[in-house]
Unconditional design. Structure first.
Length: 86
C-alpha cells in the first residue's frame, strides 16, 4: 500500500482552502469524459464540474486518488471518503 509523504508545513494552509471553484453546473458528462489525463483532469461532483489538474499533486491522498475519478462523475466516491462535507 502506498502511503503519501507528510505534507510540508508550508503547505498545510492549502488543506483549509478550496482547491478550485466549479467550472460550471451545465457541462455535460460527455465533455467531462474528455478530460481524464494528469495534464487535463476534470471531475463532476453533484453535477458541478471541477478542474483538479493543478490540485492533484497537493491532494493529501495523492494524485492517484483523483486520477481514478478523472473524467467521471465522482460524487459517490467523494462523499464516501469525505463524510460530512456538503
Amino acid at each position: 500500500k502506498c502511503v503519501p509523504a507528510p505534507m510540508p508545513e508550508r503547505e498545510v494552509h492549502l488543506l483549509h482552502s478550496a482547491p478550485t471553484a466549479a467550472i460550471s453546473k451545465n457541462i455535460p458528462l460527455s465533455e467531462v469524459n474528455r478530460h481524464c489525463v494528469p495534464a487535463d483532469c476534470w471531475v463532476s461532483i453533484d453535477k458541478k464540474v471541477y478542474d483538479l489538474t493543478e490540485f492533484m499533486d497537493r491532494h493529501p491522498g495523492g494524485p492517484t486518488t483523483i486520477l481514478n475519478s478523472a473524467g467521471k462523475d465522482a460524487t459517490k466516491m467523494f462523499y464516501d471518503i469525505h463524510k460530512g462535507v456538503k
